[in-house]
Design a protein. Sequence first.
Length: 220
Amino acid sequence: MPTPQFDRPLALKDQVYRILRARVRQGDLTPQDRLVDATLARDMNISRTPVREALQLMVHEGLLDTTTRGFKLSELDQTEVGHLFELRLLLEPTVAAKSAMTSDRKGADRLVACIAQAETADDATPHRFNAAIYRFFEILTSLCDNRVMAQSVLLYHDRLAQLRAHMMASPKHRALAAQGYMSIANAIAAGDAATAQEASEKHIRIGITTCRTLGLMSKI
């Protein structure tokens, strides 16, 4: 593992947290992997304290579980997947509508660019798709004026990372997801709040149907 380059003005704990959270988002971690603070500290060439603080923060957020051999990605069961999608239906369409009403047209155009980048991913680079989608949500939530709602959206998408990594390994599911996200992005770029909200809800409901078909979630 290459030694990461740290930005010193930011606390080491927060920098480690960002690095580990990015690994979760991109699907680099599976529930079978173990994160050991001593090993991570050695690889990053820093002390164990900021690493352990970052890991404990991720436990507090529900992203990691503690084990006798370190920390591991918290596994999702079908019920929790259903609950997370229920939360998506409550928040994301509203976030999309709010984002469409922003005056930041450059930010909105960047959403379209993210999906265009996601569409370049192939079977050998599914992580590129996942990274682009997370960037999409970072931009989307930055355009929303409700910061609490925005932070909640980013956090539950971290919880769904392992599900996304599994599903987006399929070209069919990547294409379906990209189509839905592009519809949302185009509506936001056009400043059409009603269409953005409708496109977001439609996209999420398609995701629900897909997860049920694959046996990945219970009814909500």
